[in-house]
Design a binder for this molecule. Structure first.
Ligand SMILES: C[S@@+](CC[C@H](N)C(=O)[O-])C[C@H]1O[C@@H](n2cnc3c(N)ncnc32)[C@H](O)[C@@H]1O
Length: 297
């Protein structure tokens, strides 16, 4: 049951849930067969059948979530069209090819939940020729920021009240400590892209490292480089964790400078991000010609 706590935050993030719901509604065609990879309690599967899918396979690796997902889907009238499968999506038997493969496997830096590796494997095995994938593209980037002086050592988003109505099992759990007073950082320059790719493109080889130029376009105090992602879910629907929005469940990853640095518009820094295949983002390495980074938050 402990694992279920994580779903409180996911389901309480209204921007995330509603953006996926709307993108799914815009993508699903009547009669589609859908695979929901990393289904959790099945919220995206529910949206897929509501959008007209004939059948949906909700694949989730955590066995304890399956009974909750089955009940949630049954209570919402979707049990006859959604089959919950337990196991790794890369390995589980998928009963039939799909018109749409979809997933919310977006980590703090977008790629760190292995969305590319997992979805390209599922698509190779089970996406019909010409089938659709949601999200379509993923972009990851770094942003130079001045953090709010009131921040503690760890950045937390300002979090709205969770809505437990969706999953009764989650009601007894206390809300994880969040810092509602935390304010977004001040952005000191444009985002610098680390990686952009079509999610399920089997030809995409994720880079080990990225060489970036960080440009400062306003005077300030550079405290950190903060990472973000933008996912293109469907035409007209995208989702980004930076700038942070109220209620976001994504805890943004950043590298703090050892000493904050006064910067001016026009300053430029060369930054290299390496070890980008690591799923623990703290194992990503960041080095620069002129910036010295702290090891932890
Ligand atoms: C961010 S949650 C999303 C849950 C749900 N789709 C939603 O949008 O609320 C990602 C889920 O994917 C599951 N997961 C991660 N890797 C997986 C894999 N390789 N195969 C199946 N499930 C996986 C996790 O256990 C987790 O429940």
């Amino acid at each position: 049951m402990k694992e279920l706590i994580n779903y409180i935050m996911l389901l309480s993030d209204r921007v995330r849930v509603e953006r996926f719901r709307d993108a799914i509604a815009a993508t699903v065609r009547p009669g589609d067969v859908v695979i929901d990879v990393g289904a959790g309690v099945g919220i995206l599967s529910l949206y897929a059948v509501r959008a007209g899918a004939a059948r949906c396979y909700a694949v989730e690796r955590e066995p304890e979530v399956a009974p909750v997902a089955r009940r949630f889907l049954a209570e919402n009238g979707a049990a006859d069209r959604v089959t919950v499968l337990t196991g790794l999506a890369e390995e589980v038997d998928l009963p039939e090819p799909a018109d749409l493969v979809m997933a919310e496997l977006l980590g703090h830096v977008g790629v760190d939940e292995r969305i590319h590796e997992i979805l390209s494997s599922v698509c190779r095995r089970a996406l019909k020729p010409g089938g659709r994938v949601l999200p379509r593209f993923l972009e990851t980037f770094l942003v130079p920021v001045q953090r709010d002086p009131a921040q503690g050592a760890v950045w937390l988003n300002d979090f709205v009240e969770p809505d437990f109505r969706l999953i009764p099992e989650l009601r007894p759990f206390p809300m994880p400590a969040m810092a509602p007073e935390v304010r977004p950082p001040r952005q000191l320059g444009p985002s610098a892209m680390m990686e952009r790719f079509a999610i399920a493109d089997p030809g995409h080889v994720r880079p080990e490292a990225a060489d970036l130029e960080i440009v400062i376009d306003r005077d300030g105090r550079l405290d950190a480089l903060m990472a973000g992602f933008r996912a293109d879910l469907a035409p007209g629907f995208s989702l980004a964790d930076f700038p942070p929005y109220p209620g976001s469940n994504w805890v943004l990853w950043y590298r703090r400078l050892l000493e904050p640095m006064t910067v001016a518009a026009g300053d430029r820094f060369a930054v290299r991000v390496a070890n980008m295949h690591a799923t623990h983002v703290w194992d990503w390495e960041m080095t620069s010609d002129r910036l010295a980074f702290a090891d932890g938050p």
